[in-house]
Design a binder for this molecule. Structure first.
Ligand SMILES: N[C@@H](CCC(=O)N[C@@H](CS)C(=O)NCC(=O)O)C(=O)O
Length: 204
């Protein structure tokens, strides 16, 4: 129904791709508003009223704005439960699901940025919530062994997020990620999903 439509604000070469993929996974009715970053469309007043950060992705659904990729994925999994992409709130697996979603946003994202932008190491590493890139990677490797997914046999929104981030790491040239069969196989499994394929060909 039209009133249930999700509006996604995005750019095809951004984290918005993950939200778009998730919309396909859950089968939500949606439309995409695509911003041209070069023209600064994401910094226009209309959008700043939705997300004062001027960043994508953002979604508006049932009159509520959600920003932050992990939050959007988690929100959509709950808003469209028939897709089965989140354990129920009374399922103990919900704990692991939250754990890995938050680990993606709070640990893997900043650790990856350290590596990508060659940020110099800090002396008091223990004060950083994510410790180090190496610790984050070895933790993820253990979480994905034996797999096939973070929660075992079950694919969830947390796999979409971590799988996409690991795929991004491989794309930008993180040899230590690409060289680990556990990561390369996982990324292949996750991006091999039909919903990902449908978004792959899209320009929005
Ligand atoms: N914490 C946000 C990060 C969003 C973000 O940085 N988006 C980038 C694209 S991947 C963006 O909008 N950049 C444009 C800009 O900041 O000018 C999330 O997880 O969604």
């Amino acid at each position: 129904m039209a009133g249930d439509e999700v509006v996604l604000y995005s750019n095809p070469r951004s984290r918005g791709r993950m939200a778009h993929w998730m919309l396909e996974e859950v089968g939500a009715p949606y439309r995409v508003v695509t911003f041209d970053f070069a023209k600064g469309e994401h910094k226009a007043a209309d959008f700043l009223a939705i997300n004062p950060m001027g960043k994508v992705p953002a979604i508006v659904h049932r009159g509520v704005t959600v920003t932050e990729t992990a939050a959007i994925l988690a929100y959509l999994a709950d808003a469209f439960p028939d897709a089965g992409l989140a354990p129920a709130t009374d399922d103990p697996a919900r704990g692991s699901y939250y754990r890995w979603l938050f680990f993606g946003a709070g640990c893997f994202e900043p650790a990856l940025a350290d590596r990508m932008f060659e940020r110099p190491p800090v002396s008091n590493r223990g004060a950083l919530g994510y410790g180090s890139y190496e610790d984050v990677l070895s933790t993820l490797k253990a979480a994905l062994s034996p797999g096939p997914y973070l929660l075992g046999d079950r694919f969830t929104a947390a796999d979409l997020y971590l799988g996409a981030l690991l795929g991004f790491a491989i794309q930008f040239g993180a040899k230590d990620v690409a060289a680990e069969a556990v990561f390369a196989d996982y990324v292949g499994r996750v991006i091999g999903r039909p919903a990902h394929g449908r978004v792959e060909g899209a320009t929005a």
